[in-house]
Design a protein around this ligand. Structure first.
Ligand code: TYD
Ligand code: MG
Length: 495
C-alpha cells in the first residue's frame, strides 16, 4: 500500500514535471501557429497628428487636441507592406537598388507634365513633376474632387487613372457630364483595396494617378480600419513607392477633420513631395489653392478659382472680383493691396463702428485676425484719443478671403476711422502700410508690386509708408504717391 502510494506520488510528480516541461513548447507551438496574433502589438495614435503613444491619453501632447487617441494594432510586417512591388519586374528592381554617381544619372529634359490648368501648373511650380506625390488637403465639399476630375478630363495628352473610394463610377460619370467634357483617356476605378488598385495600375499603365481620397483606401495587410493613422500611412507609403519607382505622378486627395474620426492629412505631410491646400469659404464662390510644401518649387504660389455651375474656373485677374464696383463714396470702406503668394491683390476692407448696445462692446472680424484688430483699436484709443471703447466694431474683408498681411493695417484703421466719422473715402484711394504700437506707419515688403497693381486697377492716390519712400525705384507711375509716417497724418488728410 505504502509502495503503491509512493508510486502514485512519483507518477504524479513525473506527469507534473513533463507537463511543466511541455508547457513552454506547447505555448510555443500555439504561438507559432498563431504568430501574427501573438506578436501583434498595439499602440495609441492621435488621429489628428499621428503621434504614437504606448498608453491612452486624453490630450495629445504633440498637437494638443483632446480625445483623439485610438488604439491601433501594429503588425510586425507594417513597414514592408506592399514590398513586393507588383508594378516592376525584378530586373528594374535590381537596377533601382544600385548606387550610382550623381553625374551618371541622366536628368530627363521633360520632367514636368503640363496640365491644362494654368492656376494649378503655377501652384505646383510649373507643372506636375514626374514621379512626385502631391497631397491635396481641404475641408470636405470645398471642391477637391471637382478640381482634379476636371483637370483630368481636360488633360487629353495624358492617360489618367482616377481612383475613387468615395463615389460610385456612375456618380463620377454624372459629375463629368456636368463638367461638360467627354474624355476617353480618363479611366475610373472605384476601389478601396490597395492591392486591387495596384493590380489595375499595372494593367492600365497610366501617366497620372489621382487618389480620391486617401482616407477611404485600405491596405489588406493591416487590421485597422480605413482612415486610421496606420492605414493612411501605409497607403501613402505604398503610393509613394509606386510613384518613385515608375515615375508616374500621384495626386492624393485628403480631407481635414478636426473631430479626430479620420486621420488628418497632417500625418502625411512629411511623406509626400508637395502639399497643396484648397481653401475658401464654402458660402463664397472663390477658392484658393496654396502650396504649403513643395520640393520642386516655391511655396509662395497661389491659384485662385471661382466655383461655377460648370466646375471650377481659374481667375486670372482676381483684383477685379474682390472689389465692389461702387462709384459713390460709402463710409467704412478702405482699399488695400495685399500680396498673396507671389501675386498682388487689391482688396476692400469694410468696417462698421456703431454705438454699443450692451455693456461690453463687440468686436467681430471676418477674414482678419481679431487680436490684430484689438491691437489697432488700442492704438487708436491711446494715440489718437478716439473712444472706440464705447463702440461695437465689425470688420470684414470683402470676397471671403482670409488675410494675414500686416500691410493691411493702414486700410483697416482708415476703414474704422471712416465709419467712426461717417465720412466716405474715395474708391480711387489705396492704403498700404503696417501700423506700429505708437501709431507709426512702418515699411512693408514688395511695395513696388503693390503700387503697380493699384495702378493697373485705375487707382489715383496711394498712401505709402514714408520708410518705404527711399527704397522706391519705379519710374513709370502716373498716380499720386503720398508718403505718410503716422496715422495722425493720414487722419488729418482724410477727414
Ligand atoms: P467636391 O469636389 O465634391 O468637394 P470635395 O471633393 O472637396 O469634397 O465639390 C463639392 C461642391 O462643389 C458641391 O457642394 C457642389 C459644388 N459644385 C459646383 O458648384 N459646380 C460644379 O460644377 C460641381 C461639379 C460642384
Ligand atoms: Mg470629394
Amino acid at each position: 500500500m505504502r509502495i503503491r502510494r509512493g508510486a502514485l506520488f512519483l507518477s504524479l510528480l513525473y506527469s507534473f514535471c513533463t507537463l511543466a516541461k511541455n508547457t513552454p513548447s506547447a505555448t510555443a507551438s500555439i504561438g507559432l501557429n498563431l504568430s501574427p496574433v501573438m506578436k501583434q502589438k498595439t499602440a495609441f495614435f492621435c488621429q489628428n497628428c499621428g503621434h504614437e503613444s504606448p498608453k491612452w491619453a486624453g490630450k495629445c501632447p504633440n498637437c494638443g487636441q483632446w480625445n483623439t487617441f485610438v488604439e491601433e494594432k501594429i503588425l510586425p510586417t507594417q513597414p514592408k507592406t506592399e514590398a513586393a512591388a507588383v508594378w516592376l519586374d525584378s530586373e528594374q528592381l535590381k537596377e533601382n537598388s544600385r548606387a550610382q554617381s550623381i553625374s551618371q544619372i541622366q536628368a530627363t529634359e521633360d520632367i514636368r507634365l503640363q496640365l491644362p490648368d494654368e492656376e494649378l501648373n503655377r501652384t505646383l511650380g510649373g507643372g506636375l513633376v514626374l514621379g512626385s506625390v502631391t497631397l491635396v488637403a481641404g475641408d470636405p465639399g470645398i471642391g477637391k474632387s471637382t478640381l482634379f476630375l476636371q483637370t483630368a478630363l481636360h488633360a487629353r495628352h495624358l492617360k489618367v487613372l482616377y481612383v475613387s473610394g468615395e463615389e460610385s463610377a456612375h456618380q463620377i460619370k454624372m459629375r463629368a457630364e456636368r463638367l461638360g467634357v467627354a474624355a476617353p483617356h480618363v479611366y475610373l476605378l472605384t476601389a478601396t483595396n490597395l492591392q486591387t488598385i495596384f493590380a489595375e495600375l499595372k494593367k492600365v499603365q497610366p501617366n497620372w494617378v489621382i487618389i480620391d481620397s486617401v482616407q477611404t483606401l485600405e491596405s489588406p495587410l493591416l487590421d485597422s480600419p480605413a482612415g486610421s493613422v496606420g492605414q493612411v500611412r501605409a497607403v501613402a507609403a505604398a503610393l509613394n513607392k509606386y510613384a518613385k519607382q515608375t515615375s508616374v505622378p500621384v495626386t492624393i486627395i485628403g480631407h481635414i477633420t478636426k473631430d479626430g474620426v479620420i486621420a488628418g492629412p497632417k500625418v502625411l505631410e512629411h511623406m509626400v513631395d508637395t502639399v497643396l491646400q484648397f481653401e475658401g469659404d464654402r458660402h463664397y464662390a472663390y477658392r484658393m489653392l496654396r502650396t504649403l510644401k513643395n520640393r520642386f518649387g516655391s511655396t509662395a504660389e497661389l491659384g485662385i478659382y471661382e466655383m461655377t455651375h460648370k466646375g471650377l474656373r481659374g481667375v486670372t485677374n482676381p483684383s477685379e472680383i474682390l472689389l465692389s464696383d461702387n462709384e459713390e463714396e460709402l463710409s467704412g470702406i478702405a482699399r488695400a493691396v495685399t500680396i498673396e503668394g507671389m501675386r498682388p491683390l487689391m482688396i476692400e476692407t469694410q468696417a462698421l463702428v456703431a454705438q454699443a448696445v450692451y455693456g461690453t462692446p463687440q468686436r467681430t472680424t471676418n477674414g482678419f485676425d481679431l487680436r490684430r484688430l484689438q491691437l489697432l483699436l488700442a492704438v487708436l484709443e491711446k494715440r489718437g484719443g478716439f473712444h472706440f471703447g464705447m463702440k461695437d466694431v465689425f470688420l470684414n474683408i470683402a470676397g471671403g478671403l482670409r488675410l494675414e498681411d500686416p500691410a493691411l493695417d493702414l486700410a483697416v484703421v482708415c476703414a474704422m476711422l471712416s465709419s467712426y466719422e461717417d465720412i466716405g473715402i474715395s474708391s480711387k484711394t489705396v492704403f498700404i502700410g503696417e501700423v506700429g504700437l505708437s501709431g507709426e506707419i512702418r515699411a512693408v515688403s514688395r511695395i513696388e508690386q503693390r503700387i503697380l497693381e493699384a495702378q493697373k486697377m485705375g487707382v489715383e492716390k496711394v498712401f505709402v509708408p514714408k520708410a518705404n519712400e527711399k527704397s522706391l525705384s519705379i519710374s513709370n507711375i502716373d498716380l499720386e504717391l503720398i508718403p505718410v509716417a503716422k496715422v495722425a497724418d493720414v487722419y488729418q488728410m482724410l477727414f
